[in-house]
Design a protein around this ligand. Structure first.
Ligand code: NAD
Ligand code: LMR
Length: 370
């Protein structure tokens, strides 16, 4: 099942690969991702994709990888667990992109914060493995596990403590894409239900900023080009639906976990962006991620636009925002999106987000001893 990693390989490591998200995401990657690398383009420097699957559930991950390996695409696979030779080391060695969906999902009645202690311990020990086995000068890490708002600070602080010069924090990103997918879906459905959507094949694009939990999620419906005529009540309804989108799925699954399929699709969309960067097709990609705004070692803004953003979010040092990414990591922040917010978004949504997000960030930061 294992294919040798060469200079033309993009290696993607999926941690938690046997879980609900992990299985659906690896299926999407195995079946679709190679289509994103055009054959014969001289911009492409890497044209082979390898998926390295890791999970502590050894039988499950081995089964998933074997099953996927029968799918007829040129994407290669390997399976790793504490029971395989070298364990997580072989999954992480030479990797370019690490996707972490390891950890507990919510059950009805729980908040994402309730997952913190258990998932922070998992993430913290995974970060130790990343430090031990990866080339810290190049890896990107995408954090799906919850609570994203606090786990990204946990990982960031661990890297800074290990090696302040490695500059990994500009390549650690919390995945908030599901909120963006939901905002687009709910707005589209709403338009059809209300009878003012005629072009049912066109999906609206709605930026969502802030964090990934309840009131920290700020959908900017005013910045969607479709349905600018929504009333305040309609925007309020849609905003609350996006903020509670995760709860809607947790409730419907009634104890059988949280969003997996929609999250896998959101994760696929995010990885697809990275393929154009890692294959050499693009030098810069645009995306929305939850990132550190501060280079905590130098106590300086992480990149152009970060200072302006921190000034508008009362000094928060982590935030989800449209940005550009180069091979070195976060490259610039589209801070002016904040100036384009309307009064409702600024006075109600951002005001409610800031104290909550500050608390979540502190929980994560304090988890790692100074
Ligand atoms: P799941 O329980 O189905 O899968 C989690 C997997 O992680 C399991 O296979 C488990 O064996 C594995 N695991 C646990 N500890 C591990 C470790 N130390 N190393 C490797 N693997 C380990 O859960 P799921 O539904 O896939 O959700 C995973 C996480 O993603 C949850 O924390 C959930 O809250 C979060 N989530 C985030 C978003 C988002 O938008 N960011 C969306 C949905 C779910
Ligand atoms: C989601 O938004 O669906 C995820 O964060 C999972 C959850 O617990 O809600």
């Amino acid at each position: 099942m294992y294919t040798a990693i060469t200079d033309s390989t993009i290696k993607i490591s999926i941690i938690g690969a046997a879980g609900g998200i992990g299985q659906s995401l690896t299926l999407l990657l195995k079946t679709q991702i190679h289509n994103l690398i055009p054959i014969g383009s001289n911009k492409v420097k890497k044209n082979h994709i390898h998926l390295a699957l890791y999970d502590i559930n050894s039988d499950a991950v081995n089964g998933v990888a074997t099953d996927l390996s029968h799918i007829d695409t040129p994407v290669s696979l390997s399976s790793h667990s504490p029971n395989t030779e070298n364990g997580i080391k072989d999954c992480l060695k030479d990797t370019d992109l690490i996707i972490i969906s390891a950890g507990l999902p919510r059950k009805p009645g729980m908040t994402r914060e309730d997952l913190f202690n258990k998932n922070a311990s998992i993430i913290s020990s995974l970060t130790d493995s990343i430090i031990e086995h990866c080339d810290l000068s190049k890896i990107f890490i995408l954090v799906i596990s919850n609570p994203v708002n606090s786990l990204v600070p946990v990982i960031t602080k661990k890297f800074i403590k290990f090696d302040p010069t490695a500059d990994v924090e500009r390549r650690v990103m919390g995945v908030t894409k599901l909120d963006i997918v939901r905002a687009s879906t709910f707005l589209h459905q709403f338009g059809i239900n209300e009878g003012f959507e005629k072009r049912s094949s066109i999906m609206p694009s709605v930026p969502v900023i802030g964090g990934h939990s309840g009131e920290t999620i700020i959908p900017l419906f005013s910045q969607s080009k479709i349905h600018p005529q929504l009333t305040n009540e309609q925007v309020d309804y849609l905003t609350k639906r996006v903020q509670c989108g995760g709860d809607e799925v947790v409730k419907a699954k009634n104890g059988q976990g949280s969003a997996t399929l929609s999250m896998a699709l959101a994760g696929y969309k995010v990885v697809a962006k990275f393929i154009s960067l890692l294959s050499g097709q693009e030098d810069i990609i645009k995306a929305i991620f939850y990132i550190s705004l501060l280079d905590h070692t130098k106590n300086e803004p992480i990149c152009p636009g970060a200072k302006e953003l921190m000034d508008t979010v009362d000094g928060l040092d982590f935030f989800s925002i449209p940005l550009t990414i180069s091979a070195k990591g976060v490259h610039s922040i589209k801070y002016w999106i904040m100036d384009e917010m309307n009064d409702y978004e600024k006075d109600e949504l951002l005001s409610a987000c800031i104290p909550k997000l500050r608390e979540n960030i502190k929980t994560g930061w304090d988890f790692i001893q100074d």
